[in-house]
Write a protein that binds this ligand. Structure first.
Ligand SMILES: [Zn+2]
Length: 427
């Protein structure tokens, strides 16, 4: 019998507004808190959870950027001559995305989405590695790096497998008692909410299904471990899209040429611009100011959101929709979807959630990157206590040692772990 299993379960898009009036997990994880999300999509949120750092540090923010010098997509340019009826079809795009992913050896999630082939050689794709795997971030370490370097036996979901496969895999590892840490990733609720919206009658059965799975995991874990420290959390919520904005129809008629005067990526809730003349910047800025569905995010605000990049790698101007407005068509999709995330983190449906069986959530845990601190703390605690000889002491009300007291100071990560101590807070 081992002492502790830290069990971190990440349910994509299981936002605060989705669960706040639901009994979700209230018997197994009754302590819950609303968490601030990270500005951007899952491409920004997931790396932030996995590293404890913000987009301006790990540099995983939005998928496509203007970078013709490094674009790996030049080979796709001739596809612009095929009829749009073919090249804009999702099934064709998915098939092509798979082919390109293999050819370019991309390791993470990859989709060509709806980027026009005419302009695709202007763009690079920024998530070439899988953020969950060791070395998977554009800059700095993630939780997998930490666990490997710390010698902590662990289970981390494989995002290329289905939810059921990942559930079976973690259940198998828990049953052996082999691991001292588990990180589980379930993405299906996100897909359901995108399709059906945040009021769908299908949400409740989905949550009940998750509860059933979590219950089975806990039952298996308590066969092998005296204590399971359970955390169920999300990266963002989901807002229904009731207003569609054809932003392209406002930008393309301007007396400017894409690729020559400016470049743009139309994400689904924001547009990101690069300018090649002051004139282009002025014309576009003036036009955007006449569109009430969105607003230009000032640099000071981007900086506060930790999404301001000194080299303007992800865009020089960010035009963000207000919650509920979807850019259609966009480079992410030709047709509308029912609901989306990626609005301002202070919009109602952006907030994420954290649910736990731990009696206290430290005051410093207020935003999703902070989840990393809990993972590191509990992984080190589990390593220490699971290795110690003899029966584990009673842990109710146990005060956890500060991370600086963790053994093995020779660890490459020890300096970083010390720096991660909660500000002014006894653990
Ligand atoms: Zn999503």
């Amino acid at each position: 019998m081992k002492a502790i299993l830290p069990l971190f379960i990440f349910i994509d898009a299981c936002g605060w507004e989705i669960i706040k009036d639901d009994r979700f997990c209230n018997t197994v994880a009754p302590n819950r808190r609303r968490l601030e999300s990270v500005f951007g999509y899952s491409s920004a949120c997931v790396p932030s959870i996995l590293s404890g750092r913000w987009p301006d540090e790990h540099r995983n923010w939005c998928y496509f950027v203007y970078d013709p010098k490094h674009s790996p997509f030049k080979v796709l340019t001739p596809l612009q001559w095929l009829p749009k009826a073919i090249t804009s079809r999702r099934i064709v795009r998915r098939w092509l995305s798979k082919l390109v992913k293999v050819q370019l050896k991309f390791r993470g999630y990859f989709d060509l989405y709806n980027i026009p082939f005419k302009h695709i050689s202007l763009f690079d794709f920024t998530e070439k590695k899988s953020p969950l795997r060791p070395g998977g971030l554009n800059r700095g370490a993630n939780i997998s790096d930490f666990l490997e370097e710390s010698g902590i036996a662990h289970h981390v979901s494989d995002p290329s497998h289905s939810e059921t496969e990942n559930f079976d895999a973690v259940l198998g590892d828990v049953k052996t008692g082999r691991i001292d840490f588990a990180f589980v990733y379930w993405p299906d609720l996100d897909g359901l909410l995108h399709r059906e919206g945040n009021q769908s009658p299908e949400i409740s059965p989905k949550l009940r299904g998750y509860e059933e799975r979590i219950g089975r995991l806990l039952d298996a874990a308590y066969e092998q471990y005296n204590e399971v420290r359970l955390y169920v959390f999300s990266d963002h919520g989901m807002a229904n899209c009731d207003t569609l904005l054809d932003l392209k129809a406002r930008i393309e008629p301007l007396p400017l040429q894409m690729g020559k005067d400016y470049a743009i990526v139309y994400d689904s809730t924001m547009a990101r611009f690069w300018f090649f003349s002051e004139d282009a910047r002025r014309v576009v800025t003036e036009t955007l100011r006449t569109i009430p569905e969105g607003r230009i995010v000032p640099d000071a605000e981007l900086e506060r959101l930790r999404c301001l990049f000194a080299d303007r790698y992800f865009g020089e101007l960010i035009f963000l929709m207000r919650e509920g407005v979807l850019i259609v068509p966009s480079h992410m999709g030709e047709r509308p979807i029912r609901a989306m995330h990626g609005y301002h983190p202070e919009e109602k449906h952006s907030y994420a959630a954290l649910l736990t069986n731990q009696p206290e959530i430290p005051a410093g845990i207020t935003a999703i990157p902070n989840i990393y601190k809990l993972m590191v703390r509990d992984a080190l605690l589990a390593r220490e206590q699971n290795r110690s000889q003899g029966p584990p002491e009673k842990r109710a009300g146990h005060r956890f040692p500060a991370t600086r007291e963790a053994p093995e100071p020779a660890l490459a990560f020890s300096a970083r772990v010390t720096a991660l101590n909660f500000e002014g807070e006894a653990l």
